[in-house]
Design a protein around this ligand. Sequence first.
Ligand code: 5AD
Length: 454
Amino acid sequence: MNRVFIKTYGCQMNERDSEQVASSLRDRGYSVVDNEFDADVVLLNTCSVRDQAEQKAIGKAGYLSKRKRENPNFVLGVMGCMAQNRGEELIDRLPDLDLLVGTQKFHRVPDHLDHLIRSANGQGPRPSTLVDLDEEADSQNTIRDHIGKKNQVSAFVSIMQGCNMNCAFCIVPKTRGSERSRPIEHIIEEVEELAANGVKEITFLGQIVTSYGRREFPVVDGKSPFVQLLEKTNDVPGIERIRFTSPHPRGFKQDLVEAYRDLPKLCEYVHLPLQAGCDKTLRAMNRPYTKNRYSEIVNSLRAVVPDMYFSTDIIVGFPGETEEDFSESAAFFADIGFDMAYIFKYSIRTGTPAEVMPDQVPQEEKERRNQVLLEILSRGSLQRNERLIGTTQEVLVEGPAKRGDAYTGKTRGFRNAIFEADERLVGQLVELKIDRVTASSLYGELVLAGVDTF
Ligand code: 5AD
């Protein structure tokens, strides 16, 4: 009765939350398995950012609840954003749910499972769905333990929870609550422990990392708490690369630009959500910047790091986005020359301001706009990769590729690289001479001088 499978939908924050739950369950004597069929307990960690993500998880939960009919001791739980967003209404859709846990209650999962399993064993009354969705002060300070995967090269570190922005399209302020930041010293301790376990790359996570600590901690020497955190992380021995996701253009100030100039471990890659490249749409979205301001940030970064790589989130078919608005947005998107982008078709989220906006865009039109941006992206990305042919790039070796006997890793610019290697190189920084590229990957041979383990 103690084998748990956790299925994660959505963003890196959700992945990190699932790791946290897995770690706390292991500490409690559960075993975390990687296959739902071997599990006595299945927990779905869900996403609400688009309707499709919610539908997928609901479908999966419906399918799994059939298992409960064959095996009444099987435990099924839904955690995270959809639990928070839909609350007890979900139980009407999924009456067989045993557990519903919100985004500020992940650390309570072991207690809840203990309780459910005790009662399933006849040691207590069989409860109806156990629901734990409240807000919890200081829940940001409950996130810490890592699973300590063998050979873990790269780790996500959550630095804050919640979001205080009010983007008209977005459900996240509802699912994740208001902003709360962890103290710098706690985060640095966690980074030091990860480094001691061999982790080389840290990715800081937060809904809006540029807002990190802005109410809790002071600005020092003109540097925001977030930049102070980056500086301290840059000083941690063993950490070779620092990344973060996601900043907001509004909080992207000169101190952060200069961090790219001054901190050698901060990788020359930024994921900076644009959402729309048209001022009218940005205003309607309640995104407090203009495309000019966005360009200024991009230019100031390119001025300090000419090889900077840019990634973004952009939405097509926001209510009221006309053909003209979209063309403007697409032209701006092409102008910036993104190396990577997540392109989203607008999805109505109940309870957000955009839900009731007039002039919703038809689905086929969203599809078309999506294709237009995908083509721009794939052209730009290929051109960028082609410029890398013949160069040597530093790659952090992650592990075996999904297919074949090659290995994969990432360059500092977050390009995916595929190459012949050896198990002993996993977790190491190697030099890769690029000889062939596609829009999504770089191929080449390792330059092995100075690497002594191969
Ligand atoms: N529809 C489509 N995409 C959305 N996103 C957030 N809300 C919606 C929505 N209602 C996208 C944004 C955000 C990313 C995580 O998801 O681009 O940056």
